[in-house]
Each structure stands twice: as structure tokens, then as C-alpha cells.
Design a protein around this ligand. Structure first.
Ligand code: TPP
Length: 563
């Protein structure tokens, strides 16, 4: 039987297991929207801005481990997705973004709502396609999902001209998928695993460093097994938080610019650093020449181009983090079964404990509501059992520091691109993946206003998502840099002109709460978290609080400024 391109697309999405599609209609994709009601297995979520469609698909993907999907029209619909795509690309998040395009015969004619979205997104997608023949549509969708989820995951864009959407062909689903020039390496080289074990055997002061790759490859258990059996302290990058329980005695904390004293000192004093699924970006390493300068480094990554890109390593391990870490453990158990790791690392563990105890994360309390206190209150009230999506800025770092993440896929944050406007739509996406979970968007008053219109999406879909605003009436992180590094020249960081977030929430049909006094913090948060409706909780926090520790840009990790 012949089907239209629109039908083939939706059948293909179903075959790929897409149950939620975030999107926004327009002329180039109106035939797909015409078809959608006949495919009740796919729940279409009408967002209020295409950027939010991509962030929502991204939040859905990060929380669930599945590929996120979204659909937008040509021209401005397509260009509005670019920030979301670049955000997902920086953090290796599997997405398939479907854009409408003008009919093939008009491409290159400056037609109405024509942009070269394939050209525009080439540098910020894992791969992209322009489908010119409806007979190739099903195969292209199959390839797009395969590319998005396999190897180092990432966003894939599929551009569909209107005539291809309308044309007819037989629906043939390619069950097997093979792409000749694309063969990611999952199984690590055994020799490199053996070399890693040799390094572990002789190390006196080792550190494990986990990044987002540990979460993506479901390697958290394998990581914990090595850490506990071999008694090695663990640090995480921002993207890795949740890969190791922050409540564990071997936990060092987050590493990098706003990392803990213990994590940063441990890395710079370690004699062996085993890094899994992290790419050593500048926010993690600080001054490169001083980074882990006493350590031999093992770097495990599925993407061979990440290895030796920023830091020189002794042992490169290309492959899936879970397979690599469990392979290392197996060899350790076979060869080093009798080794007393606790005794071996006793001095090192004592040094680490002393760093943790002498300079833990802290802040000075006064009568005002401290933003860190709000994050701690959220942890206390949820028992840590929540998905927390953040925007970008100081509040993001306080979430990373003061919410003790214990499980993978519970922190959704734009680590690589640092995209303000990410958190709220990402929380919406996560709530679709887990309707019964507590999902909190932790927002700054600046960032929230970048995609605040999505409250309409939350209300329309009866989502219980909660937005907690750490409202400092500033673009706080930039204000902090101006205070510390730009001679207090507070240029364009005052955000006092802002909406009444409580009234705004109510105007959208959501609930609004304001917390202005410390004693209201716990009771009002508790009440707001228990409502089944979407809500904004506007918390008026200390206006000029800074995030500490901070490693000034270009300084070494152990040159951090403390409270
Ligand atoms: C889209 C975008 N524009 C600009 C920036 C630069 N930037 C980083 S943090 C920040 C301030 C964020 O303010 P707010 O959301 O209120 O959070 P706070 O730092 O006060 O917690 C800015 C402007 C960014 N990261 N993303």
C-alpha cells in the first residue's frame, strides 16, 4: 500500500519507539500535522517556542535515556531550534529534530520561509540529512535514530521538503541498520585495560573522575564497584553528577571552576587519574599545564577524538565506559584478588578526608534567605528523590554543589553550552518521561525569562512541574564576575525590572508562591511541592551572594578562592 511522506514519517517514529513528540506547526509541515491525529500512539506536545521543543526533547532524553524527538516548520521554525541543537550537541544528547523545508524545486530560490538549515546546523549536529526522495524517508529516519543513540550520542537533524512530505511511496521499514563509514567502537582494547590495571596496581594516590559518558552508558554501577573494591575516591564533572552518590564516604565532589576544595586538591595531588566519559573542558581543568600535573592519566571515552585533545594521557581507552570499567574490574579481580586496597591507599584516603573535613562547601548564614539554603531545603523535602533541571548561572552551580545527587539522570543541566532558557523546558520534557516523579526546574530570575512562555505548555498538559526561582534580581553569575574580576563595574546585570512571578503564574492558570522570609522557606516550599499543578515559587534570596569556591579563569585548580 502506498503512503504519503507524512504517514511514512509517523509510522517510522512509532517504529523507533517515539511516544512523545515536541513540536510547533507551520506551512511546510502542515501535512504532518494533518496526519498526526490519526496516530494516537504518538503524543504531540505543542510548545510555545521551537527552542523549547528541542530543550524539552533533550530533557526527556536525559531523564529517560531514550532518543528525544521534535518537529518544527521551515525558516524561523528551523532557526529557532539551533540553540537547542547546539546545547544537545555540546552535551552529547541523543535527539532527532525534524524540520520542514520548502518544496525541492524552490530550494535555493529564496522562497518564503526558506533557510538552509542543513548548512546552518552542520557544525552543531552529529549528522544531518536533507531528504529528496520519499522512497528514502523511512531509511533516513532509521539512520537518524541510529546515529543519534549510538557511539557518542548527539542530535541529528532531518530536513523534509514539503513535496517529499506529500509524495507517496510504499512503507518499507529497514529492520537491520548498517552504515559503512560509521562503526563506533564499544569494546575496549584488552591491552589498554590490562595497562590500566597495572597503573592501578602501583598507584598510591589514585582518583576516579566521572563525566557525562558514565551516565550515558549506564556505567554508574561499574564505577561504584571499582571505587569501593579498590578504595579510590571519586570526583565528577558537572555532567557526571549523579554517576556516583554524593552521600558516599569516597565522594570528593564536583571538580573544576566551582568544584570542591577536596576534589580539586585531590586531582592536583593524585599520582593516577582514571577519567571516564569526560572531555577535559576548560571549566574542568583550569590552567591546563597545572592540571593533574603529578598524575599519570588513563582516559576512557567512546569518542577517540576526545582523547589527547586537551590533556596528554598515558593510557588511552577507546570504548563504552560501562564495558571498559567492568573489564578493568574483572582483570583486577583475576590478578589482584589478594591486594589489600584499603591498606594500600590508607595515607591517601586520610589526606582526602582531611581536605573534605577542613574545607567543606559552606556559606555564611545571616537573616536573609541564602540561595544555597533553598537548594538544601529542596533536597531535604524531596529526600533527594527528584529530577532537578537547572538554568544557567549561580543557581546552577549551587544546585550542583548543595543538592546531593545520588542517582544518574537526576540532574539535567546545560553543561557544555551553558544555555540560559534550557532548564524550564527540559523539566517539562522530563515530566513527560516521568509523569509521577517530582520534577523541579531550579531557575535564576534572568534565565527563566528566556523560555517563560512554556508555562502555557505545562498548564495545557496538567504537568505538576515546579519552578523554584532563586530570585536575586541580578544576572548573578555575571554580576559575580564583575565584582571579583571587573572592579565592581556592574554593567547591565541589574534585573530589578521584572514581572511579578506570582501574578504571572496565576495569569497562565498555574499556581504562584512567594517566599520572602527565612521562616517561610520550608513550609511554603513543602506546600508548593505537594500541589498537583504547575507552580512558580519565587524565592527572594540574598542579592549579592557569590558562588565559592571559584577558580579564576586561567588559574590552576588549587588556586581557588574560598568563602
Ligand atoms: C543564552 C545565554 N545568554 C547569556 C549567557 C551568559 N550568562 C551566563 S550566567 C548569566 C546570568 C544568569 O542569571 P540568572 O538566570 O538570573 O541566574 P543567577 O546567576 O542569578 O543565578 C548570563 C547572562 C548564557 N549563559 N546564556
Amino acid at each position: 500500500m502506498e503512503c504519503t511522506g507524512a504517514q511514512i514519517l509517523l509510522e517510522s517514529l512509532k517504529k523507533e519507539g517515539v511516544d512523545v513528540l515536541f513540536g510547533y506547526p507551520g506551512g511546510a509541515v502542515i501535512d504532518i500535522y494533518d496526519e498526526l491525529p490519526r496516530h494516537p500512539d504518538i503524543r504531540h506536545v505543542l510548545v510555545r517556542h521551537e527552542q523549547a521543543a528541542v530543550h524539552a526533547a533533550d530533557g526527556y532524553a536525559r531523564a529517560s535515556g531514550k532518543v528525544g524527538a521534535c518537529l518544527v516548520t521551515s525558516g524561523p521554525g528551523a532557526t529557532n531550534t539551533v540553540t537547542g541543537i547546539a546545547t544537545a550537541n555540546s552535551d552529547s544528547i541523543p535527539l532527532v529534530v525534524i524540520t520542514g523545508q520548502v518544496p525541492t524545486k524552490l530550494i535555493g530560490n529564496d522562497a518564503f520561509q526558506e533557510v538552509d538549515i542543513v548548512g546552518i546546523t552542520r557544525p552543531c549536529t552529529k549528522h544531518n540529512f536533507l531528504v529528496k526522495d520519499v522512497r528514502k524517508l523511512a531509511l533516513t529516519i532509521r539512520q537518524a535514530f541510529y546515529l543519534a543513540r549510538s557511539g557518542r550520542p548527539g542530535p541529528v537533524l532531518v530536513d523534509l521538503p514539503k513535496d517529499v512530505i506529500q509524495a507517496k511511496a510504499e512503507f518499507v521499514w529497514p529492520e537491520d541498520i548498517y552504515m559503512r563509514s560509521y562503526n563506533p567502537t564499544y569494546k575496549p582494547n584488552l591491552n589498554q585495560l590490562r595497562r590500566t590495571v597495572e597503573e592501578l596496581a602501583k598507584a598510591k594516590s589514585p582518583v576516579l573522575l566521572a563525566g557525562g559518558g558514565v551516565i550515558m552508558s549506564n556505567a554508574a554501577e561499574a564505577l561504584a564497584e571499582i571505587a569501593r573494591k579498590l578504595q579510590i575516591p571519586v570526583a565528577c564533572t558537572l555532567m557526571g553528577l549523579g554517576a556516583y552518590p554524593a552521600t558516599d564516604p569516597l565522594w570528593l565532589g564536583m571538580v573544576g571552576m566551582h568544584g570542591t576544595y577536596a576534589a580539586n586538591l585531590a586531582i592536583n595531588n593524585a599520582d593516577l587519574l582514571v577519567c571516564a566519559g569526560a572531555r577535559f573542558d576548560d571549566r574542568v581543568t583550569g590552567k591546563l599545564t597545572a592540571f593533574a600535573s603529578r598524575a599519570r592519566i588513563v582516559h576512557i571515552d567512546i569518542d577517540p577524538t576526545s582523547i589527547r585533545k586537551n590533556v596528554e594521557v598515558e593510557v588511552p581507552v577507546v570504548g563504552d565506559c560501562r564495558l571498559a570499567l567492568s573489564g578493568i574490574m574483572e582483570i583486577c579481580q583475576a590478578r589482584l584478588a589478594d591486594k589489600d586496597w584499603a591498606a594500600e591507599h590508607a595515607d591517601w584516603l586520610a589526606a582526602v578526608r582531611e581536605w573534605k573535613e577542613s574545607k567543606p562547601l559552606c556559606y555564611q548564614k545571616n537573616g536573609n534567605i541564602k540561595p544555597q539554603q533553598v537548594v538544601e531545603a529542596l533536597f531535604e523535602l524531596t529526600g533527594g528523590d527528584a529530577i532537578v533541571a537547572t538554568e544557567v548561572g549561580q543557581h546552577q552551580m549551587w544546585a550542583a554543589q548543595f543538592f546531593a545527587f545520588t542517582r544518574p539522570r537526576t540532574l539535567l543541566t546545560s553543561g557544555g553550552l551553558g544555555t540560559m532558557g534550557y532548564g524550564f523546558p527540559a523539566a517539562i520534557g522530563a515530566q513527560f518521561a516521568f509523569p509521577d516523579k517530582t520534577v523541579i526546574a531550579l531557575a535564576g530570575d534572568g534565565s527563566l525569562q528566556m523560555n517563560i512562555q512554556e508555562l502555557a505548555t505545562a498548564v495545557a498538559n496538567n504537568l505538576p512541574v515546579k519552578v523554584v526561582i532563586l530570585n536575586n534580581r541580578h544576572l548573578g553569575m555575571v554580576r559575580q564576575w564583575q565584582e571579583l574580576f571587573y572592579n565592581r563595574n556592574y554593567s547591565s546585570t541589574n534585573m530589578e525590572a521584572q514581572p511579578d512571578f506570582v501574578k504571572l503564574a496565576e495569569a497562565y492558570g498555574a499556581e504562584g508562591y512567594r517566599i520572602a522570609k527565612s521562616e517561610d522557606l520550608l513550609p511554603v516550599l513543602r506546600k508548593a511541592l505537594s500541589t498537583p499543578n504547575p507552580a512558580f515559587i519565587d524565592v527572594l534570596v540574598e542579592r549579592e551572594e557569590n558562588v565559592y569556591p571559584i577558580v579564576p579563569a586561567g588559574a590552576a585548580l588549587d588556586e581557588m578562592l574560598l568563602v
